[in-house]
Design a protein around this ligand. Structure first.
Ligand code: KIV
Length: 315
């Protein structure tokens, strides 16, 4: 079987042209060429499709799903099955970007064989092209790579360690701690990690680690020198119902847009301004309800069960 290689980093696809797939090696090539890598989380078909069509290189089905979609307090409770469910939806939407799934808390913290089996599910059952794991788990990274599963490491502020860290705090705040972080990152890369997410670390530490690593760093709250940047979709478009962290830049206000649409709809319903006559279906011209139902020239039963049939109705 032939493999189509990618020219990643081209941004949004051109209509009519074949879409070059972003692969993990292509991200490495972007680093070598000094091309910034754009990454964004997505958790469902519409947001993943928008991110992919917007030319994002890497789409992460993050375990932030727990907080921004499922309304949980932290990322700890989300399950493998929930992550698989959302990864499948994202996979269906994405044609170009690399799809990476977060392995949730507890799914890779026991025996290595169990962790590999869980990771295999992300690839086999949901179509993930890599998994992301938090912390300096060198042996596990080696085992996953042996199983042909590309790994993105995640160091610095690792949200699954919230209880150990005592909150979401910037990590590696001393030169000594930054050196330890760099050693962890190098160890993960030597074990086979293809990229490293650096979260919540001083810009200087992230810059030094980025320069030291042969694979891309993807920063979130780690300054501009990382090879790429990632944000949570809901932060980007103001859908989090909370003040943003310092590192978040809001590029749109989906809350305002959606609130306004919902309120206008409700008002229109309350004032009987929706639906209009043009948004209604009609009996064939000159027929009235007085005539027998069999006389109507459409099959009302089929129209109820098949939404496409609505399009074919006479108006
Ligand atoms: O779950 C997540 O959203 C993440 C971040 C790195 C964006 O891990």
């Amino acid at each position: 079987m032939s493999i189509t290689q990618s020219s990643a980093g081209a941004g949004a696809s051109q209509p009519g042209l074949p879409i070059p797939k972003v692969t993990m090696p292509a991200l490495g090539e972007m680093k070598r060429q000094g091309k910034p890598i754009s990454a964004l989380t997505a958790y469902d078909y519409p947001t993943a499709r928008l991110a992919d069509e917007g030319g994002i290189d890497l789409i992460l089905v993050g375990d932030s799903l727990a907080m921004v979609v499922l309304g949980q307090e932290n990322t700890l409770a989300v399950t493998v099955d929930e992550m698989l469910h959302h990864t499948r939806a994202v996979r269906r939407a994405v044609r170009r970007a690399l799809v990476v799934s977060d392995m949730p808390f507890g799914s890779y913290h026991g025996a290595i064989a169990d962790a590999v089996a869980n990771a295999v599910r992300f690839v086999k059952e949901a179509g993930a092209e890599a998994v992301k794991i938090e912390g300096p788990r060198v042996e596990l990274v080696r085992a996953l790579c042996d199983a042909e599963i590309p790994v993105v490491g995640h160091l610095g502020l690792t949200p699954q360690s919230v209880h150990r860290m005592g909150g979401y705090r910037v990590q590696a705040r001393t030169a000594e701690a930054a050196r330890r972080l760099e050693a962890d990152a190098l160890a993960l890369v030597h074990a086979g990690a293809s990229a490293i997410v650096l979260e919540g670390v001083p810009r200087e530490a992230a810059a030094a680690i980025t320069a030291a690593l042969p694979v891309p760093t993807i920063g979130i709250g780690a300054g501009p020198e990382c090879d790429g940047q990632i944000l949570v979709f809901h932060d980007l478009v103001n859908l989090t119902f909370a003040p943003p962290a310092k590192f978040v830049r809001r590029y749109g206000d989906a809350s305002a847009l959606l609130r306004s649409a919902i309120e206008h709809y409700r008002e229109d319903v309350e004032h009987r301004a929706f639906p209009s006559d043009a948004e209604s279906y009609h009996l064939p011209t000159r027929q009235t309800m007085g005539e027998s139902a069999q006389d109507a020239d459409f099959d009302s039963e089929e129209a109820v069960v098949n939404r496409d049939a609505f399009e074919d109705w006479p108006s």
